[in-house]
Ligand binder design. Structure first.
Ligand code: SAH
Ligand code: SF4
Length: 344
């Protein structure tokens, strides 16, 4: 790798526009460069054959071109593939490719580690290593597409990390994924899952694209949620509900509420009642997820009958709901586990 200190993967689209303008380049070079980076995914500036040689050298002087390298991969009997990528500074992140019919969904990480400390989550256990650059997120999706030799139809920021704790980079990445010069994934097929950082939800509601929002609720009872998700205890549930209702009104979209069922914690009748009250009168879709047991956490899932009882009570109350079907159960069940296992 040659040249300057800045990784070109740190730039979002306006950043690339500024960098090329500073080099006195015409506007059409922006699209050429973005295509080399995020449609073709080249390894170096010298491969960008439709850029003039002088520009390739100038780019190589000013920028490095960071690449992900594959450090582990697991392939499930159902076709799901998990990837552990090593970043240029040797930190590692996970992503998952999930084929389904003619669709391919890639779940990517937005941070290495996470500062939010949710008790049932493998990623939350060791805190945050660092936030990822926009290009490091896009490259996870490109890497999975190349490995699976398929077009990616959906990408979800549901891997490691809290996307809204890395808001600008995440939005920058979504825009490259959405771009006709990048991965060309429709905005509605790009989903961000947040643990409920309200400033992020409010900003997201006002973005011009139709990106999809999912929020990890996990309990509509404040005291339970504070225990399960200590990192968001400062954002009260009534304000979360208001922010979600505003998202629905502003965008006309139905946010998904993720609810990981943990036996003896959030699976009681009173929890169910609170969940129904939270959802009533608001556009939303509840996704029930029997919690995946992870090392270092004693969270266990309720039995199937309890999960189905939750689902049917929600449906009877007129609340749209699904039970998440598990994929890749024979590999590392939950995000963060592959990374956890490969640590010395
Ligand atoms: N930080 C974001 C996105 C990454 S986590 C968030 O929390 O929303 C993606 C989803 O996986 C979240 O809904 C999270 O709560 C859930 N999750 C984490 N650990 C889990 C586990 N062990 N079992 C089931 N779901 C889990
Ligand atoms: Fe972070 Fe999401 Fe895990 Fe919570 S569930 S620790 S917010 S990655």
């Amino acid at each position: 790798m040659t040249g300057g200190a800045t990784d070109i993967k740190s730039l979002d689209l306006p950043g690339i526009e500024r960098a090329l303008a500073a080099l006195g380049q015409p506007r059409f070079r922006v699209r050429q460069l973005v295509r080399w980076l995020y449609a073709r995914g080249v390894a170096g500036f010298d491969e960008m054959t439709d850029l003039p040689g002088a520009l390739r050298s100038e780019l190589a002087e000013r920028f490095t071109l960071g690449r992900l390298s594959l450090s582990a991969r697991e392939v499930s009997a159902d076709g799901t593939r998990k990837y552990l990528w090593e970043l240029p500074d040797k930190t590692t992140v996970e992503s998952v490719g999930i084929p389904s019919g003619d669709r391919l969904t890639v779940c990517f990480s937005t941070q290495a580690g996470c500062a939010m400390g949710c008790t049932f989550c493998a990623t939350g256990q060791d805190g945050l290593t660092r936030s990822l650059l926009p290009g490091e997120m896009v490259d996870q999706v490109l890497g999975a597409a190349a490995d699976m030799n398929a077009r990616v139809s959906n990408a979800v920021a549901m891997g490691q990390g809290e996307p809204f704790a890395n808001y600008d980079a995440t939005l920058g990445a979504l825009r490259f994924m959405n771009s006709p010069d990048g991965l060309e994934i429709g905005a509605r097929h790009l989903t961000v899952s947040t643990c409920g950082l309200l400033p992020g939800i409010r900003r997201f509601s006002a973005e011009p694209e139709q990106f999809t929002l999912a929020v990890s609720l996990h309990s509509a009872v404040q005291s339970t949620r504070d225990v399960l998700m200590p990192g968001v205890a400062r954002y009260p549930l009534d304000q979360l509900r208001e922010a979600l209702a505003t998202y629905g009104v502003r965008t006309g979209r139905r946010p998904t509420l993720e609810f990981a069922l943990v036996a003896g914690s959030n699976d009681s009748d009173s929890e169910l009642k609170a969940l129904i009250a939270f959802c009533r009168g608001m556009l939303c879709h509840v996704n029930l997820i029997p919690v995946n047991p992870v090392t270092g956490s004693d969270a266990r899932r309720p039995d199937d009958a309890r999960v189905r009882a939750f689902a049917s009570a929600l449906t009877s109350a007129g609340i749209e709901c699904t039970i998440r079907t598990e994929r890749g159960v024979d590999i590392s069940a939950a995000c963060g586990q592959l990374r956890q296992r490969h640590r010395a």
